[in-house]
Design a binder for this molecule. Structure first.
Ligand code: NDP
Length: 390
């Protein structure tokens, strides 16, 4: 019987890689594709829906419904649009769902996927950062299995296969260091959008690429690791590893360290999640240890990358501090992309918003419901939009 699958955020970087793997693994003959979703790129969304013979294609942008309907005319694929349609599409029962919408826009559909999918392949780390307790509680009650797609967390998940979370002494998250790994603070202060988007190792969406340059992406991953593997801030170490070959490591109480290595290609982690618990061959480069001459590791410089310190502050505060942090970070990113604030201003904005809302954030929990999460997200976002550099 064909596996029922849905892909949320199919037109993005993770989404396109997921579609590529599905097509290579038999496409519509092997998979009964229920839903594909995008936002602005309706042309690509329609092409994907047709090539995978999906039941429905949903654009999050309601103003693009006519364009999507036109692109899908006489194809047999239904067109839908808007947040409510996206949410309904996430309620369709499937064997496997990919959550790859970028940002907190992915939270509501991810929560529905956690209720209605047997396996949730989670790339949208923001869901866990904003509402980790709620997502985990939802999976626990529905029986949904969460398989991380973020390469670092997928690496830890794989490394943990032979052991128990309770025996972990440390998680070592690797970070490429991004394009500004060796830049001075003065150089970083003048960094342009184009420079911030030029990731040295990974080919990713615009927003996560800039988040890698500030190391806000790594900060989100620290919070994600805390949520996924039940480890404290003290047990999570970040190391800069410029080659991006070691995707992360775990250390047990006996100081034995287990690492997962692979070429830097997201199809490795996506393929792992898609095929779990099987491990068929994937279209990724095989490592050649004869030519791989060195693997370097160094401690990150938190004076240049304050996002890591802020992630620890989020874990110390608990509650909804992750939602505040993420919303402020998204507001800062929007403003940097718009040319409104400088590269280094982003961390200052996030720190100010986090400290302004820290009491309220630490006294609430995502278990109170999505409305509580969205309300503090809105407040933090607004504060971030109005923040002025000193
Ligand atoms: P992209 O920006 O490439 O793609 C984002 C996807 O979300 C697109 O399908 C986009 O549609 C859709 N989208 C954008 N805005 C909205 C919205 N408001 N509502 C609904 N859908 C929307 O992102 P990535 O693929 O890079 O990242 C996706 C997620 O995966 C993120 O959470 C990221 O942190 C995580 N991730 C990504 C990695 C990577 O290698 N790219 C690695 C690890 C994690 P459209 O393009 O049609 O506008």
């Amino acid at each position: 019987m064909r596996r029922k699958v849905s892909i949320f955020g199919s037109t993005g970087s993770i989404g396109c890689n997921t579609v590529d793997l599905l097509l290579r693994q038999g496409g519509a003959e092997a998979y009964d594709v229920k839903v594909v979703t995008g936002a602005r790129n309706v042309k690509l969304l329609a092409e994907q829906a047709v090539s995978l013979k999906a039941d429905v294609a949903v654009t999050a942008d309601i103003s693009l419904l006519d364009a999507l309907t036109e692109a899908l005319k006489n194809t047999g694929v239904e067109a839908a649009a808007g947040p409510a349609a996206l949410r309904d599409a996430a309620k369709v029962k499937v064997d496997w769902a990919m959550s790859a919408i970028v940002g907190s826009a992915g939270l509501t559909p991810t929560l529905e996927m956690a209720k209605h999918a047997d396996i949730l392949a989670l790339a949208n780390k923001e869901s866990l950062v904003c509402a980790g307790e709620l997502i985990k509680a939802t999976c626990a009650s529905s029986g949904c299995i969460l398989v991380p797609v973020d390469s670092e967390h997928c690496a830890i998940y794989q490394a943990l296969a032979g052991g128990k979370n309770a025996d972990l002494s440390r998680i070592i998250l690797t970070a490429s260091g991004g394009p500004f790994r060796d830049w001075s603070l003065d150089q970083m202060a003048a960094a342009t959008l184009k420079q911030a988007m030029a990731h040295p190792n990974w080919d990713m969406g615009q927003r996560i690429s800039i988040d890698s340059a500030t190391m806000f992406n790594k900060a989100l991953e620290v919070i994600e690791a805390h949520q996924l593997f039940d480890v404290t801030a003290d047990q999570i170490e970040v190391v800069v590893h410029p080659q991006s070959i070691v995707h992360s490591m775990i250390e047990y109480n006996d100081y034995s360290v287990i690492a997962q290595l692979a070429a830097p290609d997201m199809r490795g982690a996506i393929g792992f999640a898609l095929n779990w618990p099987e491990r068929p061959p994937l279209p990724v480069e095989q490592l050649n240890f004869g030519t791989l001459s060195r693997l370097d590791f160094a401690s990150p410089d938190e004076a240049r990358f304050p996002a890591l310190r802020l992630a620890r502050r989020v874990l110390e505060l608990g509650g909804l501090a992750g939602a505040v942090f993420n919303a402020a970070k998204e507001a800062a990113l929007d403003r940097f992309i718009a040319g409104d604030i400088g590269f280094l201003d982003m961390a200052q904005l996030v720190e100010t918003v986090l400290e302004n809302l820290h009491v309220k954030a630490s006294q609430s929990s995502s278990l109170e419901g999505l409305e509580t999460v969205m309300s503090i997200d809105k407040e933090a976002r607004l504060m971030g939009q109005n923040w002025m550099p000193a």
